[in-house]
Write a protein that binds this ligand. Structure first.
Ligand code: CMP
Length: 139
């Protein structure tokens, strides 16, 4: 059963360019409620653990280096059909293929520096949200 929650990160490239406000605006306008949020920075070990599922992929090292390179915003978002609707809102992983009006089309620069992360399933949304937030940090 769908949980209606997803997990997102605003990645270091978008934070660096002062896109946090613009991205949160799009998220709110699309009807997502913020359940939890923090501004933080991942160590290499933490970024490696978060993206462990990609550890055999050729881009893993680049991804871990990049994601531990600067601060990020992590958040749990709530809405009906949250996982799928959020992936529609952010657009394709590669911004060159992202639809007009999507967050990645507007704010991403490349496939590795692609502005935002969005969970790909309800199970991963729960795992990823638990990676960053305790039960005391969700409202
Ligand atoms: P994200 O949604 O955070 O999930 C995994 C990330 O791996 C993805 O966004 C991209 O930033 C990154 N990624 C996926 N494919 C590639 C690739 N071919 N080269 C570099 N990074 C990639």
């Amino acid at each position: 059963m769908a949980t209606n929650r997803t997990f997102t990160m605003i990645k270091p490239d978008a934070v660096e360019k002062n896109y946090i406000g613009g991205i949160l605006d799009k998220i709110n306008a699309a009807g997502f409620r913020i359940v939890a949020m923090k501004y933080t920075k991942l160590s290499k070990v933490e970024a490696g653990a978060f993206y462990e599922v990609h550890s055999e992929r050729p881009f893993y090292r680049e991804l871990v280096d990049y994601m531990s390179n600067g601060p990020i915003v992590a958040a749990i978002l709530e809405k009906e059909n949250a996982v799928e609707d959020f992936r529609t809102l952010i657009g394709a992983t590669n911004p060159a293929e992202a639809a007009e009006g999507t967050i990645r089309k507007l704010y991403a620069e490349s496939i590795s520096a692609n502005a935002v992360h969005g969970s790909d399933s309800d199970d991963n949304a729960a795992i990823e949200g638990n990676f960053f937030f305790s039960s005391l940090e969700r409202f």
